[in-house]
Design a protein around this ligand. Structure first.
Ligand SMILES: [Zn+2]
Length: 230
């Protein structure tokens, strides 16, 4: 999505991918470096801090500033590639989590960063996790990833392409094989319906048209000119 983008269908918002740039640096899975549980993805950017936006109208429900982490949940059910549902999403490593807690779709909601309270340092990026439930919570799993840290994820973590739609204008550099769906670029056409004929309408109009043509022809003939067309 781009800054300020809004998209909805039938009064329900689409859940848009929160960034305008897609470069996945790490997927998730048992063998991954630091995402051995859940389905978070680390996203990189051409520069840092890089902005990202509210995928839908949403409210922050949890934060852990020491790791630049925050969880948001949608204010209402939204359209996702998995259907119409509430969603939750988690951002991590933001060096300056905004003070405001409520956001409208398209609002600036955070930036990539390197906030991390663990040992060592990390390169700036955005760790994004997401789920298809309301008010999801972070879960710390009793596993140690290759990095040597406990793994954490949203309790109902889902694949990002099952939660977010692309808005259609993103720069896609590398999704590491993930395939996203894109929202329709134009509003869906209204189903065709027969035109409404006003009372006494169509027949009268036809008769009126014929009457005018006859008057025209009669006038032309009266002035001695040949009528070549009706
Ligand atoms: Zn991560």
């Amino acid at each position: 999505m781009y800054a300020g983008q809004k998209a909805s269908k039938d009064g329900t918002q689409y859940c848009l991918f929160p960034m305008d740039y897609l470069k996945a640096n790490q997927l998730s899975g048992p063998d991954s470096y630091s995402h051995c549980c859940g389905h978070p993805v680390d996203w990189g950017f051409p520069y840092n801090p890089y902005p990202y936006y509210a995928p839908c109208d949403c409210t922050r429900i949890w934060t852990y500033p020491e790791n630049g982490q925050s969880i948001y949940t949608s204010d209402a059910p939204v359209w996702t590639p998995s259907g119409k549902t509430y969603v939750s999403f988690l951002f991590a490593h933001d060096n300056s989590i905004p003070a405001q807690t409520h956001f409208y779709q398209g609002d600036l909601i955070g930036h990539s960063g390197d906030k991390w309270s663990g040992s060592g340092y990390i390169l700036a990026h955005c760790h994004l996790d997401q789920s298809l439930v309301h008010n999801d919570v972070i879960v710390r799993y009793p596993y140690t990833c290759q990095l040597g840290t406990y793994c954490y994820a949203l309790g109902n973590s889902a694949q990002c392409y099952d939660v977010f739609y692309l808005g259609g204008s993103e720069q896609i550099v590398d999704t590491l094989g993930m395939t996203f769906q894109t929202i329709p670029s134009t509003p869906e056409p209204e189903p065709w319906e027969p035109p409404v004929v006003p009372p006494g309408g169509e027949g009268d109009l036809t008769a009126g048209g014929l009457l005018l043509l006859l008057k025209y022809r009669n006038r032309r003939q009266k002035h001695g000119k040949r009528v070549t067309r009706l």
